[in-house]
Design a protein around this ligand. Structure first.
Ligand SMILES: C[S@@+](CC[C@H](N)C(=O)[O-])C[C@H]1O[C@@H](n2cnc3c(N)ncnc32)[C@H](O)[C@@H]1O
Length: 324
């Protein structure tokens, strides 16, 4: 079914629901204990052309439309319902789950980065330092999503206590969702709130830095094996600058793992995120890797633990090209 969908002509994938709001408010949840325990991606698909899935010249808030129309189309063909408001109901079956992993396969990207300045505007343009001034000792996704992420990390991270391994958790807080007891010589957290970072047990050091003011990462070239970013890539207003920096500081072959759900601080997330759906988000993050340069083709993994019932969880990752 997913493969059939990929062959749909443009008019069947137009942004019928592009104005729908798919990013559910990031509501505080009670603090949870990080559990430990899986997932990786699969086979190829057919050549996909960005221009056949997206609408670049659409006005602000009428952007990609891939997600909504993609899922609506899928849902109607698969007879599983969905197609209305919130993002969750689109992800309702295992067949859809595999479809999201197809989104980046064989993507033919346009020559130029397709997004405009206005795509990175937010409803709340006040300084992020104000918004994040008070600590939030909460989790932003539900326990099954956290467990799924931790399980994924446990499969792809270097083994705990491997000499010489350095990890950067970008947009970090008091939790990083790493496997229980996971340790490396150097685990750096970079975020906005010192109180939160101080309480994060996995970090060996932390830095408070507003990446939307200063996207330069204060680290040496080729110094990290892994970069993580959990449910926060949607707050970056200068993503290309930051992804270029990520490429610079990763060791060749090092991996950057961006994970996200369908929740966000709506007023602080970029316009292009709040006006699109889950599959679009995969394309948006994939485009950051592609246009930043220095990375292998990005890949998507759907680690949603209970599709349609609990928070979805998606990974878009890429390795620094060994020739970069
Ligand atoms: C939704 S929270 C996620 C926190 C943590 N990664 C987690 O999984 O719970 C968003 C995080 O992004 C960070 N953040 C938001 N805007 C930022 C910015 N401009 N520069 C650096 N970090 C930022 C905040 O410090 C906050 O910890």
């Amino acid at each position: 079914m997913a493969d059939h969908l990929m062959r749909l002509p443009l008019q069947h994938r137009l942004p019928a629901l592009a104005c729908a709001y798919h990013c559910l408010p990031q509501l505080p949840r009670p603090p949870t204990v990080v559990n430990s325990v899986s997932c990786l991606s699969g086979p190829g698909g057919r050549k996909r052309n960005w221009n056949n899935t997206t609408g670049f010249r659409a006005p602000r808030r009428l952007v990609l439309g891939l997600g909504a129309s993609f899922w609506a189309q899928f849902a109607s063909m698969a007879g599983v319902g969905g197609g209305g408001g919130g993002g969750r109901q689109f992800v309702a079956s295992a067949r859809q789950k595999s479809a999201i992993e197809e989104v980046l396969k064989n993507m033919e990207w346009p020559e130029q980065f397709p997004f405009k300045e206005e795509d990175f505007q937010r409803f709340d343009e006040s300084p992020d330092s104000q918004f994040y001034e008070s600590p939030r000792f909460v989790t932003h996704i539900d326990d099954p999503a956290i467990s799924a992420l931790t399980k994924y990390y446990s499969e792809v991270f270097p083994p705990s206590n491997t000499p010489g391994i350095s990890i950067l958790d970008m947009c970090s807080s008091w939790v990083s969702h790493f496997p229980k007891g996971y340790k490396q010589d150097r685990v750096v957290g970079l975020g906005m709130n010192e109180e939160e970072l101080k309480r994060n047990p996995v970090l060996t050091e932390y830095i408070v830095q507003d990446l939307n003011v200063n996207p330069k990462l204060p680290f040496e070239d080729n110094s990290f094996d892994v970069i993580t970013n959990v449910v926060s890539v949607d707050y970056l207003t200068k993503p290309l600058d930051i992804f270029k920096e990520m490429s610079r500081i990763l060791k060749p072959g090092g991996v950057a793992i961006m994970s996200f759900s369908n929740r966000c601080f709506f007023t602080k997330a970029i316009s292009i995120w709040t006006s699109t759906g889950d599959a679009d988000h995969v394309v948006i993050v994939g485009s950051y890797f592609h246009y930043a340069g220095g990375f292998e083709p990005p890949q998507a993994v759907d680690i949603s633990p209970n599709p349609g019932r609990t928070d979805p969880m998606y990974i878009v990752y890429s390795r620094k090209a060994s020739t970069a």
